[in-house]
Design a protein around this ligand. Sequence first.
Ligand code: SF4
Length: 375
Amino acid sequence: MRPLTREEPGARQGPSRYDLSGDELAALLEGEPSYRLEQVRRALAAGLSPEEITVLPKCLRQRLAETPAMRPAFVVATESPTERGATVKWLLKATSDRARVEVVLMRYPARVTACVSSQAGCAMACSFCATGQMGFCRQLSSGEILEQVVRAARAARDKGWGRLSNVVFMGMGEPMANYGSVVSAVHRAHDDLSLAARAFTISTVGIVPGIRRLAAEPLQVNLAVSLHAANDDLRSSIVPINRRYPLFRLMAACLEYAERTRRRIFFEWALIAGTNDRGEDAAELARLLAPLGGLAHVNLIPLNPTPGFLARGSDRETVRAFRDRLASLGLNATIRDTRGRSVGGACGQLAGGAQLAGGAQLAGAAQLAASPKGA
Ligand code: SF4
């Protein structure tokens, strides 16, 4: 775990355009007719920059464009389309500091899913994850998270893919370690973009207080838990936070979440050849999740290798056999595709490949980018 910087979001330049509250936006429009506020709000939700809001008089557009608080939080550093044009990954560079985050947009036959980041870097240090190998940079504000969603939604429209339908917090960072900003961004995306809370999946590597907090939240989001191992020895070796929140505590929180919300929990399982892909591993997993009954669903995906973790992902045959074994034990499981792998963004660890100013390799997203709806 290697800290890069510990600055607060936007510390150098103040808030960016999606961090502004309604009152702050209204203050920027003081002296203008009242309907201008709604025009600007709608335009920002559509991903337009001040210069593009053509319903505004030119002088107002110009004034807003020159207002520091109306700056975007990010500029695009690189854009990597792949999967025959059905997936695109952006490496975004913060305008306030050197922080980098990744966003992936994936088009499927019946939906369009964005995978967004909740932090720049991550302090959780999961051994198989490129972001974990990179270390923590800083928290993202709710505005910075919302801007990723807005950018993805606009790109989906511009590409003719249709409306953004799902958002998964499986990019860089541990969402539960930035809980307030993540939940605030979900609320704002719901209000401003009319995205249903059910369209969101918040993942965690096992932050027990966060799961409990989410259970008490009147928010119908999906919960995904990056599990990867069903015994403490193995899990602690690949997911260090397991030493703080061992499986008995994690499963107690999951049970509480399921009982309280009656919603399914999605368990992500990155299959590592010879490590967690054997028949006995499936049996152990089935035993662990048995108390959840039909409210447990396992998402399987072969591990995407990263430079700092040289283990291999399981082959297709082994993945299928593992799924079948889980099914025979009464556990629902789905094999997720490795969408994004060719952009270095496969589930489990997007690998950006860009260099940070400090020389660290910018790696990407964290957990399995497989949404509950098969995204
Ligand atoms: S898997 Fe998720 S929680 Fe673990 S290091 Fe990667 S980004 Fe962080």
